[in-house]
Each structure stands twice: as C-alpha cells, then as structure tokens.
Design a protein around this ligand. Structure first.
Ligand code: CMP
Length: 263
C-alpha cells in the first residue's frame, strides 16, 4: 500500500508559553470563509453546546488544510501532534494486516473529528486516516487544544463523550464479529450507513454513494466474494435496491435488523 501526497500534521510550537496571547489565525488568507469555518465548528459534535466565546477561541486557533483524494492525513505508528475536524469531504480510518488486507474502522464525514488519541496518551497514531474525497480539514495542534481546554473545559467533556461513543461502537463491532454471521453483519452495516447518511424516499433510505462490495467487506471483516453473494441475495429478496451509484435500504431491511437486535 502506498500513500500519495502524505500530508503531515502541522507541527506544534513548544516554545510558546501557555498563557501568552496568540495572534488570531486569519483563515481568509487560506481562501476559506471564516463564517463557514465558524459554522463547521459550531456543528461539530466535539464542540456541541460550547459558548460563542469558546467557538471564537477555537476558530482563532485552527489552521485550514486542503488534502487531495488518497492522502494519508495521519499515518499509523507515527507520532501525532495535531487533531483534525472535517469541514468538507470524507476520511476513512483504516488498519492494514501484514498481507495488506484492510480493515475499515470508521468512515468519517463533515463535522467528525480524528487524531485526538495520540494527543492524550502520547502514543503513536493508532490507525491510518486517509482522505477518500477531496477534503478540507481544520487542524488543531496539541498545544493549541490544551490552551483552549484550560480556558473552556466544556470541550474536554465533549472529547470524553466522543471517545465513549467510539468505544461503544467498537464494542458493538467486537460483539458482532464474535456472535453474528456475515449476513447479519452486512445487514447491520447497510442499515447503519442508511441511518448515518441516507435520504428519505418513498422506497426507503437512499445512500447516495453506494459502497463497493470490497469496501463493505473491509468494514465488516469479510471478503468480497462472500459479500457479493450476501448482497445479491438481499437484492433478490427486495430488501435493498441498487439504483445506479446509489442504494436504497428498504424499511423491511431496517425492520429485520431491529427484530434481530431485540431477539
Ligand atoms: P490517533 O491515534 O491520534 O490517530 C488515528 C486516529 O484514528 C485516532 O487518533 C482516532 O481519532 C481515529 N480512530 C482510531 N480508532 C478509531 C475507531 N475505531 N473509530 C473511529 N476513529 C478511530
């Protein structure tokens, strides 16, 4: 696996004293509208329910970065000194086995954040984070994050909530790998995708960009051939409707997934 355009995180500036006032970044210089930056920050779960002054404080500390498709924003095992919030685009969190086989841990969208783990445990990056679309990121160095948290501790509570949510999801995935067959895991992932990004239609929830069968296999720890069989069976049963590049997840499939959970 080779990465193109490896985009390194912005380095922190350890020489700056925590209490020193910092000149506000001028995001306009990077061609980004400050109002859009503020709106991204205000919408991000990480900064939910923050005061206007806290949002202003974050806005003044971030740097805008644009990354092309295929860039490794974060490379596993490297040291980390910045975290990121997605303004536009999508980022895939992945790990690779020795054979090159890929496991997708998460697919992140606008408003989602990543790269915070190594800022707190000082360990190396836990996974690769790859841009799967042209992506605009807001980048926040460890030093800037720590200064912000000292002044606005609510952000630390949000960070812990976000990590708890992620651990909950990881627990669910572990349980599924141990307890569910591929068919059940596929149904669960398709319904999850539909809930996360589906738009309502008379036939069900429409996922605009249908994941490839290989992508689905990487998400649920299977192989493309097995996914192909399970996916085609769901389509034959009318539980999903592939439509061009999109996919309709029907209410019948959603109901089936809920029944399975309740059982
Ligand atoms: P960090 O370890 O600094 O760099 C890789 C990032 O991937 C990590 O921080 C998290 O932000 C993100 N990450 C790791 N594991 C998961 C996961 N299971 N779900 C979502 N994001 C993750």
């Amino acid at each position: 696996m080779t990465f193109t355009n490896v985009a390194r995180p912005v380095s922190s500036n350890p020489g700056v004293i925590a209490s020193m006032p910092r000149p506000p970044a001028d995001p306009r210089a990077l061609g980004e509208d400050p109002a859009r930056i503020r709106a991204t920050i205000a919408r991000a779960p990480l900064f939910a329910a923050l005061s206007i002054s806290a949002i202003e404080d974050i806005t003044n500390r971030i740097t805008v970065r644009k990354v092309p498709v295929g860039s490794a924003v974060v490379a596993q095992d490297e040291p980390g000194d910045a975290m990121f919030i997605i303004m536009t685009g999508r980022v895939k969190v992945v790990m690779f086995g020795e054979s090159g086989r890929e496991v997708t841990l998460s697919l992140l969208r606008a408003g989602d954040s990543f790269g915070e783990m190594s800022l707190f445990d000082q360990g190396p990056r836990s996974a690769h984070c790859l841009a799967v679309e042209p992506t605009t990121l807001l980048s926040l160095t460890r030093d800037e994050l720590m200064r912000h948290i000292q002044a606005h501790p609510r952000t630390a509570i949000n960070l812990v909530s976000e990590m708890a949510r992620r651990l909950r999801r990881a627990d669910e995935t572990i349980a599924q790998l141990a307890l569910c067959d591929v068919n059940e895991r596929l149904i669960h992932r398709l319904v999850g995708l539909a809930r996360e990004e589906g738009a309502s239609s008379p036939d069900g929830l429409v996922v605009r960009r249908r994941p490839t069968q290989q992508e689905l296999a990487n998400m649920i720890g299977s192989c493309r051939e097995t996914i192909s069989r399970a996916f085609n069976q769901l389509a034959r049963d009318g539980l999903i409707i592939p439509r061009g590049r999109s996919l309709v997840v029907t209410p019948a499939l959603i109901e089936r997934s809920e029944k399975k959970k309740a059982a």
